[in-house]
Write a protein that binds this ligand. Sequence first.
Ligand code: NZQ
Ligand code: ZN
Length: 386
Amino acid sequence: MHLFSYHNPTTIFFGKGQIIAIRQAIPEHYKVLVLYGGGSVKKNSVLDQVRAALNKHTFLEYGGIEPNPTYENLMGAVELARREGLDYVLAVGGGSVADGAKFIAAAVPFADADAWDIVEKHAPISKALPLACVLTLPGTGSESNSGAVISHAKKGVKIPFSNALLFPKFAVLDPTTTFTLPARQIGNGVVDAFVHILEQYVTAPEQAMVQDRYAEALLRTLIDAGPQTLQHPLDYEARANFMWAANQALNGLIGAGVMHDWSTHAIGHELTALYGVDHGQSLAAIQTQSWQVRRKAKRAKLLQYAERVWHLPLVDEESAIDQAIEKTAVFFETMGLKSNLKNLGVSQEAATLISQRFQEHGQTALGERGDVTPAVVREILTLSLQ
Ligand code: NZQ
Ligand code: ZN
């Protein structure tokens, strides 16, 4: 385990009826920008609950944040906030709305240059508006981390960025807000959270016993609670466990002091930018192929994953790894997602195209060991497209 500092400042209000906590959590002098997506929060009355909680505050609303939020759209909210002097951003929705809120919070005070520089050029920011989140779709973990992924529609790119100033002040996790999720988004959310854990756990052994055991507990929770959530849409406990596991998967805890991979995410973002594949689906389609291609480098952790997460005997080690990979693919399919790129509208040229884009952008050494070169990316995609 290497040196680390761990700090997560986001307060969590967890459970049914917690939206009212917003009233005390946002000091009354703030003028709040309430940000939401395409309208699900209107249909399920989550927005009404937020409005009621804010009835002592001054606030304005900005809706229409799309999945994979775009710079172009978000700049509309930035202009509104600047014009009206709004100084607190409250995201009400899934990861896209939360990520959009982070971009807006950083962009509003960044008045002297194009705010896209914050994303693409990692332009330093010295201040940001405070932000918070009422989460309606568990999965990304964005509600209590400092990262965001923003798309630029005109440039056809999707790029992650992060800044410690962008941790939400608080997040409301009320599992009942998720009851209206369509099956497709439950699948996306469960698999996204699952892969977040894999990116921080299936790397190489580092004697990080707490991080490993906690990662395994979260994986097992998702293996149980994910299908329960799909099968029993009104099961509060299943949703609550899914929501909490997804939050813990990417709040910094299991990733402290250990290596990270994140190459599945890097490839997934390209699949979304180029072919519009949902984020969770993009990961499900390449995760097991990545393991096949990088099987040797990840061998020790794949064996640990096979034994501790899937309870497979290690008598025949190669067979245990095969079975663990197969069980992972079946889990993705059980969650209603595809475990490869067939029939997802991704052309055969994707393997060459995406590996070229990595080459052009200098992303030539991805993964925990820097051994995921553009050639390896091409191999992974080719295997998934076969
Ligand atoms: O837009 P509305 O009408 O609200 O509908 C949304 C949207 O169509 C719907 N939805 C959300 N909550 C609902 C609901 N429908 C019914 N009932 C509810 N309670 O779900 C659809 C997808 O929403 P979105 O926010 O796009 O999904 P998700 O939470 O999966 O977020 C995906 C985005 O987060 C980024 C992804 O790249 C992607 O852009 N990520 C952010 C991360 C982070 N900040 O740490 C990490 C992740 O790896 C990920 O990259
Ligand atoms: Zn993700």
